[in-house]
Design a protein around this ligand. Structure first.
Ligand SMILES: [Zn+2]
Length: 147
């Protein structure tokens, strides 16, 4: 299954603009990038972009909430993560950001900074099982490098 999502990168828009300035038609530009003509028009005509965004916002406001299949969403994210570099970067930074936020709340409330459970000892920031897990991973890594 092929998922549909944005294929045009910011540097492609620059190329598109150059092609257009040199007299290429929308059709020709669309063919060059393997997209539909409306995609080329969207990136090259500010009026077209504005009107299509307005249309999209209107449609979004009038939409009927759709029940999403969790399996579909999972596969969509996986597929896009593997094929879309910008999506991958944004996804990672989002995950890191949300984890940082959660960690800050946990630390503030004197909970384990790894899992958020009650810490058993005051002097450590993490709980006993998290420390054991970390030790384990570290030992495995060490073992791997010594092989
Ligand atoms: Zn923990």
């Amino acid at each position: 299954m092929r998922y549909r999502y944005r294929k045009i990168r910011p540097e492609d828009v620059v190329t598109m603009k150059n092609l257009r300035a040199n007299g290429a038609t929308f059709k020709k530009i669309a063919e060059t990038f393997g997209v539909s003509m409306s995609v080329a028009q969207y990136h090259l005509c500010p009026e077209y972009k504005a009107s299509s965004l307005a249309r999209a916002i209107k449609a979004h406001k009038n939409r009927v909430p759709k029940k999403r299949n969790p399996e579909y969403i999972k596969n969509y994210i996986k597929d896009r993560y593997q094929n879309d570099e910008i999506f991958r970067k944004n996804f990672i930074s989002l995950v890191v950001k949300s984890h940082k936020k959660r960690r800050a709340i946990w630390i503030k409330n004197d909970l384990c900074s790894e899992c958020g459970k009650v810490r058993d000892e005051e002097k450590f920031r993490t709980c006993r099982s998290c420390r054991a897990r970390k030790r384990n991973t570290y030992a495995k890594k060490k073992e791997k490098y010594n092989e």
